[in-house]
Design a protein around this ligand. Structure first.
Ligand SMILES: [Zn+2]
Length: 86
């Protein structure tokens, strides 16, 4: 679990294990207990948005649950991961 600041005085708790742990859809039960990183049915616990400090894009914070850096969006995080690999 990690805490992400989304507003001046607003923090949200994000579970890092799986997207399903951060989802409101009750009928969606991940029986395999595997790590889900993308889901078309995903509904965030509530809507919380952040502006990417790198590209300026506004992103939904729960979809960004596995990020290394919560101040930047998913795309910028994966760019960063790619760069670190090489
Ligand atoms: Zn970005």
């Amino acid at each position: 679990m990690t805490r992400v600041q989304v507003g001046k005085h607003v923090m949200v708790n994000i579970k890092r294990r799986s997207l399903c742990d951060n989802c409101l859809v009750a009928s969606c039960v991940d029986l395999r207990r595997c790590r889900v990183t993308e889901c078309s049915e995903h509904v965030a616990l509530f809507l919380a948005f952040k502006k990417c400090s790198r590209c300026g894009r506004v992103f939904e914070v729960f979809s960004n649950f596995a990020a290394l850096d919560y101040d930047i969006c998913q795309e910028c995080n994966s760019d960063q991961n790619e760069q670190e690999r090489f």
